[in-house]
Design a protein around this ligand. Structure first.
Ligand SMILES: [Zn+2]
Length: 61
């Protein structure tokens, strides 16, 4: 089960730390999958993503 970073919503497959923002505040309670190939795309800018990768659309706070 992948975890999502509560801070930037990046999905983390291994380890307990977000590789993007270094947060350790991860959760398994997330839904929706957003795959970003281009951090310069409109959708990435809209949701504030700065690095390509897989992200959760919703993360339970
Ligand atoms: Zn993060």
């Amino acid at each position: 089960m992948e975890k999502a970073c509560k801070n930037c919503r990046r999905l983390i497959t291994t380890g307990n730390e977000c590789p993007i923002c270094r947060s350790k505040d991860l959760t398994a309670s997330w839904s929706g999958l957003l795959i970003v190939y281009d951090a310069e795309s409109e959708i990435a800018k809209k949701v504030g993503i700065t690095s390509p990768g897989r992200y959760a659309i919703r993360v339970r706070a």
